[in-house]
Design a protein around this ligand. Structure first.
Ligand code: ZN
Length: 356
């Protein structure tokens, strides 16, 4: 069996995936036709070239610009339901994912069409629940505050998450970190912590590594999205802080390569993090827009980033351990993923057991 076949067959876990980044090209076209939306072209191959980033050369800001095409697709409740279903279906069937955390920013996704947040969220949730019942994949929803929409939007989104905490497993801050420092979101984070909703924060995706330390100290997240810049701290203190804080880093290697957060895929610090004893997971971030999926990410990890299959297993254990899903769902996922569940709720499952 080749590495590729082995990876394809492997049951997987995904903690870092944006619904906004899961809209298929064909669906963008269908929904544009149905809702009388403008597109640069209705030709699938032509749109594919505009919609997907295949090589580095665009900044994170430009990549976010590509999301506008996806954003326009959320034109109706029917569209929201279809896109959610397809995101679940692709993860389950194409990537063999058995534990899936999907995240979305209500302000970003529902703004353009003026959809009612509650009605749209309930629809996303019921679609996920239905999918879970008809498959052996467990899933949960994380709500995102898009930093670029400002503090008021973040606080409104946090309040919405708290109100919906029965159907929301966690909260995230995403996009432009440099211009929107963590101190702005202290109040929102406090409310989320009080409500028992765990935080993950996009941090150290670009900019300076000191943002990661600031995020950890100010917002007390359980997980960090990306975190690649931690490797720039030559003193090793940022990596130490991540470890000491028992934080899991949700890495997204191909995304980091495309946004030039790393100079090459080989230069991605995932192996370095694992060697240092940091808890890490591997994610695809925005599979459709970034032209990726977990099979590709794992293969890159093994062939270009120096990970062994033991390291891959370690990232899966870390994912199960750090997932925000309730214990019963985690237990079910762990059975599917094929390693013994040691039932720890904080640290323990994935520390110091990877190959060096
Ligand atoms: Zn992300």
């Amino acid at each position: 069996m080749t590495a590729e076949e082995k990876i394809r067959a492997m049951p997987k876990a995904e903690l870092h995936r944006h619904i906004e980044g899961c809209v298929r090209v064909g669906t963008v076209i269908d929904l544009a036709r149905k809702n009388n939306l403008k597109l640069p072209t209705f030709d699938p191959a032509g749109l594919d070239r505009i919609y997907k980033l295949r090589a580095p050369g665009a900044s994170l800001r430009e990549v976010l610009g590509m999301f506008e095409l996806a954003q326009a697709s959320f034109a109706s409740y029917e569209a929201v339901e279809r896109i959610t279903f397809e995101a679940l279906e692709d993860a389950y069937k194409k990537e063999n994912i058995r534990l899936l955390e999907l995240r979305y920013s209500p302000d970003f996704m529902f703004k353009k069409a003026g959809l009612d947040w509650q009605k749209a969220h309930d629809l996303i949730n019921s679609t996920a629940v239905k999918f879970e019942k008809s498959s052996n994949m467990v899933c949960g929803l994380i709500l995102i505050a898009s930093r670029i929409y400002g503090v008021e939007s973040a606080e409104r989104t946090a309040a919405f998450a708290v109100k919906n905490k029965k159907t929301v497993i966690g909260f995230d801050l995403a996009d432009n970190e440099a211009d929107y420092p963590p101190a702005l979101y202290k109040e929102a984070a406090k409310k989320l912590h009080e409500a028992g909703l765990p935080l993950t924060v996009h941090s150290g995706e670009e900019g300076h590594y000191s943002q990661i330390g600031e995020t950890i100290r100010t917002l007390k997240p359980r997980r960090i999205g990306h975190g690649v810049k931690a490797a720039d701290d030559k003193s090793g203190r940022t990596i130490e802080l991540i470890k000491k804080s028992a934080i899991t880093v949700e890495t997204n290697p191909w995304s980091n390569y495309l946004t030039r957060a790393v100079t090459s895929i080989e230069a991605h610090p995932l192996k370095k993090f694992i060697k240092a004893g940091v808890k890490c997971t591997i994610g695809a971030d925005d599979p459709e827009i970034l032209d990726t999926h977990l099979n590709k990410e794992y293969l890159l990890a093994v062939e270009k980033m120096g990970l062994s299959f033991e390291d891959i297993a370690y990232t899966l254990e870390c994912a199960a351990e750090a997932s925000f899903l309730p214990a019963d769902k985690k237990q079910q996922a762990v059975k599917e993923l094929g390693f013994p569940y040691r039932g720890s709720t904080s640290i323990g499952v994935c520390r110091g057991e990877a190959s060096a």
